[in-house]
Design a protein around this ligand. Sequence first.
Ligand SMILES: *Cc1c(COP(=O)(O)O)cnc(C)c1O
Ligand SMILES: [Zn+2]
Length: 417
Amino acid sequence: MSYIKGLKCRECGREYPISVVFVCEYCFGSLEVAYDYEKIKHILTRNEIEKRPQNMWRYKELLPLSREPTDGFNTGFTPLIRSHSLAKVLGVKELYIKDDSVNHPTLSFKDRVVAVALSKAKEFGFHTVACASTGNLANSVSANAAIAGLRAFIFIPADLELGKVIASSIYNPTLVKVEGNYDEVNRLCAEIAAKYKWAFVNINIRPYYAEGSKTYGFEIAEQLGWRAPKHIVVPAAGGSLTTKIYKSLKEFYELGLIPEFKTKLYVAQGEGCAPIVTAIKEDSEVIKPVKPKTIAKSLAIGNPADGFYAYDVVKKTGGWGEGASDEEIIDAIKLLAETEGIFTETAGGVTVAATIKLIKQKRIPKNESLVVCITGNGLKTQEAVADKLNKPLKIKPNLHSFEEEIKKRRTADHYSI
Ligand SMILES: *Cc1c(COP(=O)(O)O)cnc(C)c1O
Ligand SMILES: [Zn+2]
């Protein structure tokens, strides 16, 4: 039983049957999946969802498959953590962290989109999957292709962090380092996709793939006890996650699964690659492409495919956008680790740093519910913080040596034991 009606152009509204198309042939607008909400309404109740296994497919009627899913049975339903320590530091009353740094199998929210993409690629009869990636998508397509028994071609910028490269190579895909930035990798992949019969998860099957991000938003609402928070801060690269969190809450509201939807969405980007944030601040519908220069490499897309739509969601909901410098990113990664025990990657640092600014600016009031999106894991971007941490004490294996060294450290750090 399928609940998808077809694809619909986001610009001119023209409809297309479910197939491997991603741009409107009339206006070049991007396409989006349309659902039969009337049918879904009768099936997808809170009760029904709560009975299902705790993975992203508990919302499967709102995902774009025509058959049963084949991938991602251990993906999603990551913790929504009520923060006390970080909340205290930020001076806010009701703070939650949606923690996809522990998403299965590759420790980022990308496993959600890839689970949908690979299930859909199999429906379409593809044997080879591919992607253009800033790092996490590469890891996820590599791992999930291994699980699904599909061939994988993975294209990444040549300067990615070692952790991200190894976390793809381990699954033995054909990994291609392109001497260029992400936008150049993406342009090349669009050309390859036109020539080879491969499912490029974020290019030719992008309308389906992108829907997987909605599960991140569905889970936030369900885990809050079936309600939408007042504020959500989202890290943005291409801008898709931002738009899909919005869509997820709108769908839940329209299906009667949550009573109210007045959530403001905020976009966070690295200062060295902030085309969406700049557009928000300048109130300009035109997203000006930039050349990325930030340690937040997973967010380093200079020409974001969904930039306008992310901008639009922020404006529609009354949110805002903030950037973070490299130094602020590192401080925020450390703050999150020291307060909540969560080691996030640079993208998470961007989100926490932007949140701090938004609270200081009073754009996010201190007494309203706030969700911070942590979308990736710090073990993959260790070089960002490696030189910025306290060095371990080095001692001889005896008590005297330990007490000598601890005395020195104690004097330096002003603590007592
Ligand atoms: C890809 C990615 C994002 C941003 O996703 P978009 O949908 O492209 O905006 C955020 N965080 C992490 C860790 C990512 O890998
Ligand atoms: Zn169109």
